[in-house]
Design a protein around this ligand. Structure first.
Ligand code: UDP
Length: 394
């Protein structure tokens, strides 16, 4: 290969649905300097996120069939991963198939983007003697899954990119080289301003409503239940309070949506809560709200928090995982302990009662998002890492 040919980089992600990890990956790939690098996506057959027009011109290889081993939810990752060990044959078969795909792609470096592909893709990279980067976006409870991840890191020796300091701490004490590269978003897609009247009409919101908004997959660790309880505590005092919940359940936990709606009904909140399902107009939806809320338990990062900040909205979130690295408590928002409806309600109450302070926090969040959390900065840092790794190998 001549010195000037772009280096093929294989991106491995097993997800079928469109989660934050895939949004981040698309932002990265679409910003690669194509004179230096050629991206190739190794994915699961039928993955929905591949339809994004931002990556329409990128070569792709269906390296996995949808497989139960690849579809565990995070909270079950320990059983999932134990099953993975138990089923060594399946893991090996997936890795070997992937190794074949890597060969065909002539990739010079493997960049794994999702938890299960760190294992399967990592093994395939090592079998093919290729440099390996794990882009780690998960925060695991200290159970079997966590220990297995650490063991795999010892064995596979990846270069680790962690999306927050909290995520990086999972590798403490290991020989792995860890680089923290906080996530970024396409800042130009988000801007402060008034909500569209048409969108307000569509969702049944009126000018005197006070609006809270949460955007996330409907999955238990994001903390919707706590937020419903907090809203119930505020409902008497703020009769015009509305909560807009954006996002959908994953197919394997379809029951959860019904549980949430039932809980809202039991709390007497049927009128207050608006469920939108999955939306592709998050930038417009964010402008609907007075306060953005994300009450997760163990949030590795929370792209939506940056998106809300870039929309100039104050954030009420939990002091958990990577969130305190994003939200400055008392300055760009308020942080409360996770799973604490009373504290969450008081933080929301504080900002509802003092709109001026809320707006000031939103303005400071906007500045902070632009200073620290752009997708351009992420792409630059990742490519610098590629250069460092590739120049060592030569
Ligand atoms: N998102 C979206 N539509 C929805 C729900 C979420 O476009 O209905 C986007 C959201 O704007 C964000 C990403 O999905 O960019 C979720 O990323 P985050 O890091 O907040 O959560 P994750 O799903 O990775 O835990």
């Amino acid at each position: 290969m001549s010195h000037h040919d772009p280096t093929p980089i294989a991106y491995v992600d097993h997800a079928v649905d469109f989660g934050g990890a895939e949004h981040s990956l698309i932002e990265l790939i679409s910003r690669l300097d194509r004179t230096s690098f050629t991206p190739i996506i190794l994915h699961t057959e039928g993955a929905k996120w591949l339809q994004s027009d931002r990556i329409a011109d990128v070569e792709r290889i269906a390296a996995f069939s949808p497989h139960p081993l690849l579809e565990q939810k995070r909270d079950e990752v320990s059983t999932g991963l134990l099953r993975l060990i138990g089923n060594t044959w399946t893991a090996l078969r997936l890795s070997l198939k992937l190794r074949g795909a890597l060969r065909r792609s002539s990739a010079q470096l493997v960049h794994t983007n999702s938890l299960k592909t760190h294992f399967v893709g990592g093994l395939a990279a090592r079998l093919g003697r290729l440099p390996l980067i794990w882009h780690v976006r998960d925060l695991l409870a200290e159970n079997e899954g966590y220990h297995l991840l650490r063991r795999a890191a010892r064995l596979l020796r990846p270069r680790v990119i962690a999306i927050s300091e909290a995520v990086a701490e999972q590798f403490a004490g290991l020989p792995a080289e860890v680089t923290v590269i906080p996530n970024g978003i396409p800042l130009d897609k988000f801007c402060p301003g008034l909500p569209s009247p048409q969108l307000c009409r569509e969702l049944g919101l009126t000018a005197d409503d006070r609006v809270l908004l949460m955007v996330s997959r409907l999955t238990p660790w994001k903390g919707h239940m706590t937020l419903l309880e907090a809203v119930a505590r505020l409902a008497d005092r703020w009769p015009r309070l509305k909560l807009v919940v954006v996002g959908e359940v994953a197919f394997w936990e379809a029951d959860y949506e019904q549980q949430l709606k039932q809980r809202a009904a039991d709390l007497g909140l049927t009128e207050q809560v608006i469920w939108t399902g999955f939306r592709s107009d998050v930038p417009e939806l964010l402008r609907l709200c007075d306060i953005f809320v994300l009450p997760s338990v163990g949030e590795p990062f929370g792209r939506v928090i940056i998106e809300a900040m870039a929309t100039g909205r104050p954030v009420v979130a939990t002091a958990s995982g990577g969130v305190p690295e994003i939200v400055l408590d008392g300055q760009t928002g308020l942080l409360v302990p996770p799973e604490d409806a009373q504290s969450l309600a008081s933080a929301i109450q504080t900002l509802l009662a003092d709109s001026q302070r809320a707006q000031q926090m939103g303005a400071e969040g906007l500045t902070r998002a632009h200073q620290l959390f752009s997708a351009d900065r992420v792409a630059r840092q990742v490519q610098e890492l590629y250069q460092r790794i590739l120049s060592k190998g030569r």
